[in-house]
Write a protein that binds this ligand. Structure first.
Ligand code: ADP
Ligand code: SF4
Length: 709
């Protein structure tokens, strides 16, 4: 089958040292907020990728020692033997589906803060931690370095015993010791580990040699290496030292996994980097320097781009973190020629935000991501319908579209009614804003899918009232009528709204998305939402030539975007566009020709003259249809459910998830549905030898996870 569709080159097996990958699809390590805290969930998620056709499936970064303790984040852990059963869950799950399992061993140096272990923090040189926590790392002396090398070697041996096929030395993202030693910004040593490039690369070389010596007969040893820091002449550049490192170590690893640093550059969003395959210019030299296989990333969604990268000898493997999250079955779909069915990553980094929050991974495009174990959701399989025949979904935003699509997949006759002329609700509206066009993939994917199905009827320009719904005679109704932005200033800091004088033009994000142009004169944007949309609107209006003042109670612009690795780009973009930023101020009052701000700490007032105020504060749920239906006499509906933003305004990811959940749970036993949420990985309290039942203290404070709770 793979030969027929022009993509057969992607399905050739590739040898990596002593192991062979069945094809060229390589899921590189990616964080996910599951890790050592939720090992069964992590194993199920990784096994799903293997089932979807990836030839290599990697862990996320895996702490090798208590001096690399990333708590409270949920990474993987291989401190000692007791971590192996959890890791074996993953290797066994991945092997069962025919893929190789890779582990990214990591010592995070001063990137780890050791909050749990309270161990000393280690670094090449004395330095502060990255966060504002007032604690410092100490320069490693020679015995520290010797010990670290032993920890790494021991971890590699344990990883082999846990069943991994590929073992990483990790020098990327500004996150680990071998890279910290390599970069002068972290290393000012004057011994044989500092100074010249050869000296700074010494530790990396030693780790590679020692890992190969320890496990190289059975496991491949990969080097994950950031060839460019994207800081211009202030950092490592691909055409200078980056290349020199690859030349120096070229044949030592069995595989080069190359990217750019730091993480915010490696995982750029489409908002700031719209080009899929954006890392190619940085990494394309690597294959010319080494005979070993090369894997690279850069939001590689398109099969044509993949083929051309292999044909042009830029890479041997198509690396993916986010595309594999958005669509774990991407390889299978390409192999089977189902290109139109690929759920393309939109580059929003909501997945990344889960890691930065330390919570289980989620994805805007793939609502099943992270739910493979807890809810037993399979991205490609859904239970067939029960006794009911038909369902009506009102509102075709992300919640309504996803709900309709999954109901149709289950086999119901689905009617989807949308008030506006376009399907997609908030998705195409937000995608029309500056930098967000890739988000349209969320509605495009679902609309296309629905169009292919014979059991779906879709109506636009169809605003339904309760009597319309009754007249349709469909007894199962999902109401996904969304929300709209408030105009009265009510929000986090003004729970009862803001006093607004007559004469001032007050706008909302909906107005701008509808095409309203603010009147001549300065626009005061008041961002009490503090998500992404306020910053996007500021960029958009400034770009269109408006004078923009951006006021927010937060200390920075769009603080939510710190979680998606975008905040500094957002702030810089506003500054570069000449937006006047007034942080730490709330909107106290709106006059006829000005806004009155007050300092969130001192209440000191500040007057801002403006011709309009754009309120980005809070959303109001559109529930009138739902309420009318709920109050109908004689209960003509068997199912009436409010979903998405109409139930809980949130991210597009939340709306998709809510739509998916409603479709999955339709006609399920409510008691069983209620149990889903309680499926947790619970710490089992081991009773130590010599302590009977009911012993109050456990002298062996390590724990095992047990499932099915
Ligand atoms: P969500 O994110 O929950 O999907 P959206 O706001 O994106 O919500 O989408 C809701 C959609 O519902 C909008 O496109 C809106 O036009 C539509 N809608 C709202 N009320 C009705 C109604 N009474 N009949 C049909 N469609 C409606
Ligand atoms: Fe892509 Fe967004 Fe999904 Fe992450 S959350 S994989 S960036 S679509």
């Amino acid at each position: 089958m793979s030969g027929a569709n022009g993509y057969s080159i992607l399905f050739e097996p590739v040898r990596i040292g002593p192991v062979t990958a069945r094809n060229r699809f390589y899921q590189v390590p990616h964080c996910n907020g599951l890790g050592h805290l939720r090992p069964q969930a992590e194993a199920a998620m990784r096994a799903m990728k293997a089932e979807g056709g990836w030839a290599v499936v990697s862990t996320q970064e895996t702490e090798i020692h208590p001096t690399s303790d990333l708590s409270p984040y949920a990474e993987n852990r291989i401190w000692d033997e007791r971590d192996l059963p959890a890791l074996r869950l993953m290797t066994e799950g991945v092997h069962e589906k025919g893929a190789l399992a890779a582990i990214q061993l990591a010592h995070n140096g001063h990137h780890a803060q050791n909050h749990l272990t309270r161990a000393p923090v280690l670094a090449p040189s004395d330095m502060s931690l990255e966060t504002p926590y007032p604690k410092q790392a100490r320069a490693m002396d020679k015995s520290d370095i010797r010990e670290f090398r032993k920890w790494h070697r021991d971890a590699a041996l344990r990883a082999r015993d846990a069943g991994f096929d590929i073992i990483y030395v990790y020098a990327g993202h500004h996150m680990t010791l071998p890279q910290h030693f390599l970069l002068p910004q972290f290393n000012d040593r004057s011994d044989e580990y500092g100074g010249s490039l050869e000296n700074r690369a010494r530790l990396m070389r030693e780790l590679l040699e020692e890992t190969k010596e320890a496990v190289g007969d059975t496991c491949a040893v990969a080097l994950r290496f950031a060839v460019d820091e994207m800081m211009g002449g202030d950092g490592m550049q691909a055409h200078e030292e980056g290349r020199a490192v690859v030349e120096m170590l070229s044949e030592l690893p069995d595989l080069w996994d190359v990217n750019v640093a730091d993480w915010s550059n490696d995982s750029q969003t489409t908002r700031f980097q719209p080009q899929d395959g954006f890392q190619t210019d940085y990494i394309k030299f690597v294959k010319q320097v080494t005979s070993k296989p090369v894997v690279a990333v850069g939001r590689l969604n398109s099969p044509d781009l993949m083929v051309s990268m292999v044909r042009k000898r830029i890479v041997d493997f198509i690396g993916a973190a986010r595309p594999s999250i958005a669509d774990p079955f991407l390889p299978k779909k390409i192999e089977e020629g189902r290109i139109d069915e690929i759920r393309e990553c939109i580059g929003c980094n909501i997945c990344v935000s889960s890691d930065t929050l330390g919570i289980p991974i989620r994805c805007t495009q793939n609502p099943t991501m992270g739910e493979e174990w807890r809810r037993k959701w399979h991205p490609e399989i859904i239970a067939p319908k029960g006794r009911e025949e038909a369902a009506l979904v009102v509102g075709a935003g992300p919640a309504g579209l996803e709900c309709a699509m999954q109901l149709a997949r289950r086999g119901y006759e689905v009617t989807l009614a949308e008030a506006s002329p376009e399907l997609g609700g908030r998705v195409p509206r937000e995608a029309s804003l500056l930098g967000l066009s890739a988000w349209k993939r969320v509605s495009d994917h679902r609309v296309y899918d629905l169009q292919q199905r014979g059991n779906v009827q879709m109506f636009t320009d169809s605003r339904l009232s309760a009597s319309d719904v009754v007249e349709l005679g469909i007894p199962n109704v999902f109401v996904a009528t969304g929300s709209h932005w408030r105009r009265d200033g009510r929000g986090r800091t003004a729970k009862r709204g803001v006093e607004i004088a007559a004469g001032m033009t007050v706008l909302t994000p909906d107005d701008i998305m509808d095409g309203t142009v603010p009147p001549q004169g300065p626009v005061l944007i008041y961002d009490d939402d503090q998500g992404y949309i306020g910053g996007v609107l500021a960029e958009q209006l400034a770009e269109a030539g408006h004078e923009v003042i951006f006021a927010t109670p937060a200390a920075v612009v769009s603080p939510f975007t710190e979680l998606t690795l975008e905040q500094s780009r957002v702030q810089r973009s506003l500054i570069e566009r000449g937006v006047r930023i007034v942080p730490l101020h709330r909107l106290a009052r709106v006059g006829a020709e000005h806004g009155e701000l007050s300092c969130v700490y001192s209440d000191k007032p500040q007057r801002v003259d403006c011709a309009s105020v754009l309120m980005v504060t809070e959303r109001q749920r559109n529930t009138s249809l739902f309420e009318d239906l709920r109050q109908l006499p004689d209960a003509p509906l068997r199912t009436l459910e409010l979903i998405g933003d109409a139930a809980n305004p949130g991210l597009i990811a939340d709306a998709v998830y809510a739509g998916h959940m409603a479709a999955r749970n339709f006609e399920r036993d409510p008691a069983e549905v209620a149990q889903d949420i309680y499926r947790r990985e619970i710490i089992s309290l081991e009773t130590a030898p010599g302590q009977g039942r009911g012993a109050r203290y456990n002298t062996r404070p390590e724990f095992e996870h047990v499932g099915n709770n």
